[in-house]
Structures are given as C-alpha cells and as structure tokens.
Ligand binder design. Structure first.
Ligand SMILES: C[S@@+](CC[C@H](N)C(=O)[O-])C[C@H]1O[C@@H](n2cnc3c(N)ncnc32)[C@H](O)[C@@H]1O
Length: 286
C-alpha cells in the first residue's frame, strides 16, 4: 500500500478492503461513490473482472459495502454502481442497512455492437442511499435542470390568482441521460470503464458541501477525486492498479513525475495526426 497526498487530496494505491479497514477512520466520510468491477470480464490493465461465481463476487461486495457504511458520517450518503444483473442483490443488502432514496438509471446511447436476439443494454443502475433519512445533504438548488414540457411556448399556470409561467427548473428525475466517455472527448483516459465528469459533477454537487470529504474506493481514472477537487471538496481515492494510480496522480496534480518518468497524458491517434498537420503548416509558412 502507498499513500500520496497533496492539498487535502489522497491517492491510495492498494486493495479497497485493506485500505478501508486500516486507513480510513469510522464516521469520517461525507460522501462515498463506489463503482467497483462489475464481474463481467472487463480487463483492468491485466486484472480480470471475473469472480469464480456470482456468490463469491457478491460476498466480496458485501464486505466493502459494510466498510463503506461504517466509514460514513451519520449524515453521509452512498452512491453505488454495479451491473444491472447484480443490482437487485445490492438493493436487498443495502435496504436493510441504509435508506435507499433513489434508484437511478444512467442512460446513454451506444454506437457499439448491438444485441440482435435480445434488447441491448443502454443503461447502468446507480443506488443513492443515506444513513439517516432525516439528516442528509441534498443541494437541490445547485443541480436544477430545465423542465421540458414538450410545448414550444412557455406554459402558463392559469390556476394561480395571477396567471404565471410554470416553473421551468426542476430537480433531475431518476433517469440521467449523460453520454459515456468517448475516445475523442477531452476527459478521455486509457481505462475501459471511465465514468463521465458530468455524472460525478451532479452527484458530488448534490450530496456534499465545499470542504466535505469524498471517498471513492475503486477510483479507476480518479474522476470522483478530480470532480471533488474542482468543486472544492476533499478527496480520498483508492485504486489497486498502478497504471491507474498514475492517472490519479497526474489528474490531481499530486506530482508531475513517477519513478523518474514524467506523468503525461498519452496522445491520442487523431492528436498526432493533427500535430503532424500543424507541423506541415508551420514548415510551409517558413
Ligand atoms: C469500474 S472501474 C472504476 C472507474 C472509475 N469510476 C472511473 O471513473 O474511472 C473499477 C476499478 O476498480 C479497480 N479495482 C479492482 N479491484 C480492486 C480492489 N480490490 N481494490 C481497489 N481497486 C480495485 C480496477 O482496477 C478499476 O480501475
């Protein structure tokens, strides 16, 4: 295990269960966002996301879920993701220990290979749970979205003593249409299941205050910590794969070098083509 820290942001290279057990104080965290391996066979830099059985995967998940709950402050919140087929088990486990306030569907369109013999998967579920349903953070005013009525003109509410335009802002519903991170997007990092900044922006903004402590036990590309930093929260990110820890160190500007090598974002193919084009232009201008 190795801990890197700068300006109230910690990147911890290690196993989530070990780190949660030994490094994180009980009742010290305001918000946990947990996006674990889904047991669907992804390749996390050589570490295969596949357990020998569904039961062994779930038993592993129940261990870190219990730890996350004990690390949350009494007014804390947990957002957790997993594959659609595992989520019912998470739901049953969590509803006995916390209050599940929202069952969110993160919906996206996909241009990838489409299913032909069943309905293609276009969403991932997220549970939003709180320890105490009478005492938790929810900054509704900071996450308002446009209320779409389908009407071209603004609708007037004639039931009011003085007719007035319907409120055009609302708290988002539980279906979130946010594009996945694509290769050409600025935020793209080399990781198979990077979550979008927009998704974490909504979660961190709604469920924490500036100065609060945000924890992500499966940080991947450290999207959660990156968003927490931009929103002036504190963060702890745990990740087991060294290559991804390096992304976190760079993204959070904790250091600029790692073992004597500069921490730089790898150029994408279209960027090198663009650089070449620019070099040619510069050359022809000389
Ligand atoms: C679904 S990804 C998280 C992606 C992340 N939310 C992001 O935005 O990039 C799960 C991550 O958990 C890491 N991981 C797998 N087993 C772990 C463990 N036992 N402890 C800590 N991290 C682990 C994987 O390397 C992978 O990066």
């Amino acid at each position: 295990m190795k801990i890197f820290e700068r300006d109230r942001h910690k990147v911890i290279w290690g196993d989530a269960i070990k780190v949660l057990s030994s490094e994180i104080e009980d009742e010290s965290i305001d918000l946990v966002f947990a996006d674990p391996p889904y047991n669907i066979g992804k390749d996390f830099n050589g570490r295969r996301d596949k357990w020998e059985s569904k039961e062994s995967y779930l038993n592993w998940c129940y261990k870190w879920l219990a730890l996350c709950i004990s690390k949350l402050k009494p007014g804390g919140s947990l957002y957790v993701m997993t594959a659609t087929q595992n989520m019912p088990y998470f739901d049953i486990y969590l509803r006995k220990r916390m209050t599940i306030l929202s069952r969110i569907v993160w919906f996206y369109d996909s241009s990838g290979v489409q299913a032909r013999k069943y309905y293609g998967s276009l969403y991932e579920p997220i549970l939003f749970c709180v320890k105490d349903k009478n005492n938790y953070t929810f900054n509704a005013d900071d996450i308002m979205v446009e209320a779409r009525t389908g009407a071209v003109r603004k609708l007037i509410d004639y039931r009011k003593p003085v007719p007035k335009v319907y409120n055009s802002k609302k708290v988002p519903g539980n279906v979130w249409n946010i594009p996945r991170v694509r290769y050409r997007m600025e935020e793209y990092e080399e990781h198979p299941t990077q979550k979008p900044v927009a998704l974490l922006n909504r979660i961190v903004t709604a469920s924490s205050h500036p100065g609060d402590m945000v924890l992500d036990p499966f940080s991947g590309t450290f999207t959660t910590s990156d968003v927490a930093k931009k929103l002036d929260r504190m963060s702890i990110g745990i990740e087991i794969e060294e290559e991804y820890v390096k992304i976190g160190l760079r993204r959070l500007e904790i250091c600029s070098e790692y073992e004597g090598q500069p921490l730089e974002k790898k150029g994408r193919t279209f960027e090198s083509a663009r650089d070449e084009q620019q070099a040619m232009l510069n050359f022809s201008e000389v």
